[in-house]
Design a protein around this ligand. Structure first.
Ligand code: CO
Length: 138
């Protein structure tokens, strides 16, 4: 089950500058900065009540974020929905005809299992499913 809009991911060219900008906008500093080496990104997270904003900066030219910015410029990169059982949702959505970008959940930023849906099947919006990692349980 999708339980809420967990965060909105925004692709930025200069994370340090965007951290300052969003800290002003949201009137609160980022609570976390984290690199996801496998994806070639550095991220930072801001809380907005129950939701979050994730800023993503590429760390190398072949990073998906570098390619996104090259094609579309900075801006909204993905919507992330929290799910209570990521494998069950992956199976449900695949059965509904959506294309998953991985067969297995991957370790993402902010202590989450994540899986993305191909934007071709979702009106051009990259959708992330995420579930909090609870060691020893899932
Ligand atoms: Co995300």
């Amino acid at each position: 089950m999708l339980t809420n809009l967990e965060h909105v991911g925004i692709a930025v060219r200069d994370l340090a500058a965007s951290n300052e900008l969003f800290a002003k906008l949201l009137n609160s500093p980022p609570y976390k900065a984290e690199a996801v080496e496998a994806e070639g990104v550095t991220t930072s997270f801001f809380r907005v009540n129950e939701s979050k904003i994730e800023l993503l900066e590429a760390t190398r030219p072949d990073s998906p974020i570098a390619k996104f910015i090259e094609k579309k410029g900075e801006g909204i990169h993905h919507l992330a929905f929290e799910v209570d059982d990521i494998r069950a949702e992956m199976q449900r959505l695949s059965g509904e005809g959506f294309t998953l970008l991985s067969d297995e959940p991957k370790r993402g930023a902010d202590n989450k299992w994540v899986c993305f849906l191909h934007p071709k099947g979702t009106n051009g919006v990259l959708v992330e499913l995420c579930q909090e990692i609870q060691e020893g349980i899932n």
